[in-house]
Ligand binder design. Structure first.
Ligand SMILES: [Zn+2]
Length: 146
């Protein structure tokens, strides 16, 4: 599925006539029209977080993707990490989606974003998806060992 900007919907196309259609910053592609692109003193371009305009694969008709791209949410109260791990593993156990597909964990992460956003308010320096992904793998490994 081709990438497009979550904020404006423009597709990321190969460069044409020197006109760039996306900016690659630390392995993430951003829309040159929407992202908060800055230039450092030594001429390096970077994206200043938080920024809209991330290129996504998700379907254009999912409004959560656009909202998530446009707004920074501030949780009323953060869940503690240990509790988030337990709750997310429990939610994975109870989740009635198809767990046999290769991208099931990512689909589940999307489900959490929509239906259990509190579980994703834990403090996390990196990408919360990576953390959730490892928790599910740990859970599955422990279950197989039983
Ligand atoms: Zn855009």
């Amino acid at each position: 599925m081709p990438l497009h900007c979550a904020a404006c919907g423009r597709p990321a196309l190969p460069e044409r006539n020197g006109v760039e259609t996306f900016v690659d910053y630390r392995g993430i592609k951003w829309c040159p029209f929407c992202a908060a692109i800055r230039e450092s003193n030594d001429g390096m371009r970077y994206v200043a977080p938080p920024s809209p305009g991330r290129l996504v694969e998700a379907s254009l008709d999912d409004p959560l993707v656009q909202w998530d791209d446009c707004y920074t949410y501030r949780p009323k109260k953060r869940i503690v990490v240990a509790k988030a791990r337990t709750e997310i593993q429990r939610a994975w156990e109870l989740w009635d989606g198809d767990k046999s597909t290769p991208n099931a964990k990512y689909v589940f992460f999307g489900w959490l974003s929509r239906f259990r956003p509190y579980f994703l308010t834990f403090r996390c320096k990196g990408d919360p998806w990576q953390r959730v992904h490892s928790w599910i793998i740990q859970y599955e490994d422990a279950r197989e060992a039983r």
